[in-house]
Structure formats: structure tokens, C-alpha cells
Design a protein around this ligand. Structure first.
Ligand SMILES: Nc1ncnc2c1ncn2[C@@H]1O[C@H](COP(=O)(O)OP(=O)(O)OP(=O)(O)O)[C@@H](O)[C@H]1O
Length: 505
């Protein structure tokens, strides 16, 4: 929630290329909803719905969800107050939103890290490999859990799946030993040093024991469940781990998955569940796209409606119209033509922004980029189209004044003309028999046929004749005779004194 306060276009500042006109902003009366829905808008809504739903499913049963809901309510109130023009209230809410976001980041670091981890595609490459779980061990583990239940010995066994549990399982003792009923019983034996806390099964081994898990804050959990069950549930809310828990008090076995606790009546039921949940993805019957689409319809619809409401609110804000002065940039003139004149050099363009997310028109580098590739020789009027202005999404051109430009083009020709050495003053005494010559003494020029036909010579930069010395060479550039005439030579010419007699010979 960080859109800025209602924007106004800055008054004219000299030196800017796009200058708002003297009456820069005219606020439209009433609400201005775009009359059509573009493909980009639908994509916009769908992408946000997908992201928001994903966010919802990650945080669904965590403490962070309550805070996110609170933040959502503040955001809605902010938009309403802004829409109604309550500037002070909306400003306070905006600042509050910033503080809340910082607080959320600080308080829910672990949840955010886990959510980002889930989001990261890299985990598919670097995540632990659940394929190595040894399915044959399930029966042994489950039998041990039910045997512990019979003896009223409490236990928590965590089965890691694809997500890392490093941030969630704290203070564990590293074992990395084989899974056997004897070791499992020894770990959870009441009075044994590691019996408090949870054991972690990872890659077919007992990786850790006596781990501390995050507790669930779920208020709907019945009172008779104590911290052991809350710990199992807490981990399953934050990660994709499957957690089996044995109750010391009631002698029952339960399984926590995805923030839900299931009581199990038989060992067979638990084995089947574990196999289904921990089996490698490829061996599982895949959910069809249709099934995935239609599952959890209620929250999905709610998220979609929220996104549509926000989208409408953002895009239907009072449309701002601004008139800016944009330079005319001409390009694509055909090879055989030269542009002699064009006018005007700037046009007034009325830009309309639909969304509060778009920048103010005055801050944009707007120019009319006009393509001249279709023009023919002579005078022509070229219409300026709205597509000649490159504007960000959410902005359209209202009108352009004038709506066309006048241009004059002429055929481009080439000609070879003599070089004239531009001398200032006289040659030093004693050099009367000499004259200054250029090498080469002709040069090729290109330009509009009218100017080229009149052109008889091209002059060099001026040379002070009194300073010339016999036998020395001087480098000088040629001066373009007209604006549209190009001299087809990049290097400077060489000037030197040559005896008149030698020249005549
Ligand atoms: N955060 C935790 N992480 C892992 N294990 C925990 C955690 N908190 C408590 N435990 C385990 O739970 C035991 C206490 O269980 P408690 O009686 O409070 O829960 P319960 O859900 O009622 O379980 P039970 O039905 O077995 O009595 C502790 O001795 C410890 O082994």
C-alpha cells in the first residue's frame, strides 16, 4: 500500500522538454472508467489473483494471516478515504501502512523466509530428495508409533518432504542413524535424554532428535490438545512436512498435514496416508488441471473478487488530463530525398491517464516520432497519429494540436565541385611567384538538387596568407555551403605553397 498522494502536474519550468501548457491540468468531472477491457488488464487481474491466492495458501493458518488480514482492512479503508478525497486520513493510513509493513517483516521473518523458499524454483534443484525415503520403513515406523501409543509414551516424528525445515526445527541433536524400532523407542523412552521434542526423518534416516517445533496458534484446536499436538500442527502449518504425533495421555496416534490434525484408528490407515503423502511425485496419480482449478473454489472466488475490486478502484480514479508540449522528431526519410523544411517543430498533445499508477504526463519524455518513409518529393502534409507517441500503459493521447505537419523534400543529388582556398591577407614578401593550392582540389557533395545545381565551389576554413611558409603543409577543413548539403569527405585537405610556374606547367 504505497501509492503516492493524489498527483498534480508541476508548473512550467524552463529547460524542460515537455512543458505543461499554461492551464496544465483539467480534472475530469465524475468517474472515468475505461470503456474497454484490454488483454493486458485481464492478464493483470489473473496474475494478481494467482499471487494473492498463493500468498493466502502459504499464510492461511499462520499468525501472519491475522496481521495480513488487518493490513488488508487498512488498505481498503485507505483507498476508500482517498477516493472520497479525505487527504489527511488517507495520508495517516498510508504512513501507518508503511510502519505495518516494516513490522510484519520484522515479526514474521521466519514465515516470510519459508514463503520465499516455497516460491523459489531453485528448491526443485537443491531441495532435499524425498525420493530417498525408504517406503519399506513406513510399516516399521508406524508399528513402533502404535506400540509407543499402547505404552502411553508420547512422541513426535517429523517426515521431511520437499521444503527445508532448518529454520523451523530448533535445538535438535544430530543423529543421522538408521531407522529401527529399537532406536525410535530408545529416543522417546520416558526419561531418556532425547525424549523431549521431535525426531526428524530425512532421506531414510533419523536425522535429528529432541527438536523444538513452532507452536500452532489455531484457536479452534480442542483444549485437550496440549503443546505436543500444537507443536506438530504448528510445523505442518508452516511447511509441507508430515508430522506423526503419539499422545501420552490418550494413547492415540494422529497425523498433522497442511495445518490439519487427523486422528488415526489403525496402523494400516497411517501407512497408507504416509505412502500417499511421501511417495515421489512421479508415482502419484496427478491431479488434473480441471481438478486443481475447481478445488478451493470459495477462497479463489473471494480473492478474484478482491483483485477485481482493487483493479477497478485503481483504474477508475478520476482521470487526469494534461496538455504537454512535445517536440516533433522526424525519421525514416527515403534514401533519394532530402528534407528541406518542416513545421511546426513542437506540437501540443493532450494526454489522459486512467490510473493512479501511471506517472504524471509532465514527467514523461513525450515526443511525436513521425515516420517519413512514405513521403514523395515536394511539399506534403503528414498527419500525426496517436501511435506516434510512446506512452506507458494506462495513458492515451486525447488530441494533438496541430494534427499534422508540413514538410518540403527535394531529390538528393551528388556533384563534384572545385575547392576554393579562402585566403585572408597577402602572402609574405618574396613569395609573389607562389600561390596556395589544395590537395585534392575537388570534392564530392550531396544535397537537394536545387542547391547543388547552384553550387560552384566549396570553400576551406580561412587561412592567414601572411603566416604561410614555403615548403610547409597545412591541414584545413571544408565549410558546408548550405545546411542541407553534405561534403562527402571526412579528412581535412592539405594546403601548400606552389610556384605559379609549376602550376602552369
Ligand atoms: N515446541 C515443542 N516442540 C516439540 N515438542 C514439544 C514442544 N512443546 C512440547 N513438546 C513435547 O510435548 C510434551 C508436552 O506435552 P503436552 O502434555 O503438553 O501435550 P499434549 O498435546 O497434551 O500431549 P499428550 O497428549 O501426549 O499429553 C513435552 O514434554 C515435549 O516432549
Amino acid at each position: 500500500m504505497r501509492p503516492g498522494l493524489p498527483c498534480r502536474i508541476a508548473p512550467h519550468r524552463s529547460g524542460r522538454r515537455n512543458r505543461p501548457s499554461t492551464n496544465p491540468v483539467e480534472k475530469q468531472k465524475g468517474i472515468d472508467v475505461p470503456s474497454f477491457l484490454r488483454i493486458q488488464d485481464i492478464a493483470d487481474i489473473l496474475i494478481m489473483t494467482l499471487l494473492l491466492y498463493q500468498l493466502y495458501s502459504w499464510f492461511r493458518r499462520t499468525r501472519a494471516m491475522q496481521v495480513l488480514l488487518g493490513l488488508g482492512v487498512v488498505t481498503v479503508i485507505y483507498f476508500v478515504t482517498r477516493f472520497l478525497g479525505l487527504y489527511m486520513t488517507s495520508w495517516v493510513l498510508q504512513e501507518l501502512g508503511t510502519v505495518l509493513i516494516v513490522l510484519i517483516i520484522v515479526v514474521f521473518q521466519a514465515e516470510i523466509r519459508q514463503a520465499l523458499y516455497r516460491f523459489s524454483l531453485m528448491r526443485h534443484f537443491f531441495g532435499s530428495r524425498q525420493e530417498t525415503q525408504q517406503l519399506s520403513r513406513f510399516q516399521e515406523i508406524v508399528d513402533t508409533l502404535f506400540s509407543l501409543a499402547k505404552k502411553r509414551t508420547g512422541a513426535i516424528v517429523v517426515f521431511q518432504r520437499s521444503e527445508s525445515l532448518v529454520d523451523q526445527m530448533l535445538n535438535g541433536v544430530s543423529l543421522n542413524c538408521e531407522i529401527t524400532p529399537q532406536i525410535l523407542e530408545a529416543i522417546f523412552y520416558d526419561g531418556a535424554p532425547l525424549h523431549d521434542g521431535a525426531a526428524l526423518i530425512r532421506e531414510g534416516k533419523i536425522a535429528l532428535a529432541s527438536c523444538h517445533l513452532p507452536l500452532s496458534q489455531n484457536p479452534e484446536l480442542p483444549q485437550f490438545y496440549g503443546t505436543r499436538h500444537r507443536a506438530a500442527l504448528g510445523l505442518s502449518e508452516r511447511t509441507d512436512a508430515v508430522v506423526a504425533v503419539v499422545s501420552e495421555e490418550r494413547g492415540e496416534v494422529s497425523l498433522a498435514v497442511g495445518g490439519e490434525l487427523h486422528r488415526l484408528s489403525s496402523a494400516g490407515e497411517l501407512v497408507a496416508l504416509l505412502e500417499e503423502l511421501i511417495l515421489p511425485e512421479k508415482e502419484k496419480p496427478r491431479e488434473s488441471l480441471r481438478q486443481r482449478f475447481f478445488s478451493n473454489l470459495l477462497p479463489k472466488t473471494a480473492v478474484l473478487l478482491i483483485v477485481i475490486a482493487f483493479w477497478a478502484l485503481i483504474t477508475s480514479r478520476q482521470g487526469a488530463i494534461a496538455t504537454v508540449t512535445a517536440p516533433v522528431r522526424l525519421h525514416g526519410i527515403p534514401q533519394g530525398l532530402v528534407l528541406l523544411r518542416s513545421s511546426p517543430e513542437e506540437v501540443e498533445v493532450q494526454v489522459k491517464s486512467f490510473s493512479s499508477l501511471t506517472p504524471t504526463p509532465a514527467k514523461l519524455d513525450i515526443a511525436a516520432d513521425i515516420d517519413l518513409s512514405e513521403v514523395r518529393e515536394g511539399a506534403a502534409i503528414v498527419r500525426i497519429r496517436n501511435s506516434d507517441f510512446k506512452l506507458p500503459s494506462g495513458m492515451v493521447v486525447g488530441s494533438v494540436n496541430p494534427s499534422s505537419i508540413r514538410i518540403v523534400t527535394e531529390k538528393k543529388v551528388r556533384k563534384t565541385v572545385p575547392v576554393r582556398v579562402a585566403l585572408r591577407g597577402r602572402l609574405p614578401r618574396g613569395l609573389g611567384a607562389y600561390r596556395v593550392v589544395a590537395s585534392p582540389d575537388t570534392v564530392e557533395v550531396e544535397g537537394p538538387s536545387g542547391q547543388i545545381s547552384k553550387l560552384e565551389a566549396v570553400a576551406t576554413e580561412e587561412v592567414d596568407a601572411s603566416k604561410l611558409v614555403k615548403g610547409k603543409e597545412y591541414q584545413k577543413n571544408l565549410l558546408p555551403p548550405y545546411k542541407n548539403v553534405t561534403i562527402l569527405r571526412d579528412e581535412p585537405l592539405v594546403l601548400k605553397l606552389v610556384s605559379r610556374r609549376a602550376v602552369h606547367q
